[in-house]
Design a protein. Structure first.
Length: 156
């Protein structure tokens, strides 16, 4: 499968997730992950974004299914695949934050990732805001209203 086709398949997987068609996504992911590995082996750089995104959507589904340990593994693999690219790493960190949110340990991870993103482009600004909102959600769960307000103000 070409890198372009793989990117389309990953986008389709995200759309399936966003439409809450979780059983269908669970059917699609095994083949997607297999193709992702194959494409990455053929051309590691061309398929890198697709690898990160495939692991991210896998982690997102596993969180929805209550499979925290497997979600952690998928998010960790997304982080590893994103190493060396600050924007991809921050994208992977958003997913890691969703996996870790229940444990409250994710706050420092989100803040560290946000600090690595200089909001130079609209996409980077959005990504930084997403990381700060994740940190605010974690603070809200810990009932830390002051920190929630500060993080949401900074995200805005």
């Amino acid at each position: 499968m070409s890198a372009e086709r793989l990117a389309l398949e990953v986008r389709h997987a995200w759309m399936t997730y966003q439409h809450a068609r979780y059983p269908r996504l669970a059917e699609l992911l095994p083949a997607l992950v297999t193709e992702m590995h194959r494409a990455h082996a053929q051309d590691p750089e061309a398929g890198r974004v697709a690898v990160v995104e495939a692991y991210r959507v896998t982690a997102a589904l596993l969180v929805k299914l209550g499979e925290g340990n497997l979600a952690w593994l998928a998010a960790d693999r997304a982080m590893s695949a994103a190493a060396g690219d600050r924007v991809l790493l921050a994208c992977a960190a958003v997913q890691l934050g969703q996996v870790l949110r229940a444990s409250v340990r994710a706050g420092p991870v989100m803040l560290a990732a946000a600090s690595q993103i200089a909001p130079g482009t609209p996409g980077e600004l959005s990504l930084r805001g997403s990381l700060l909102v994740q940190a605010a959600l974690i603070a809200a769960r810990a009932v830390d209203d002051r920190v929630v307000g500060e993080l949401l103000d900074e995200a805005a």
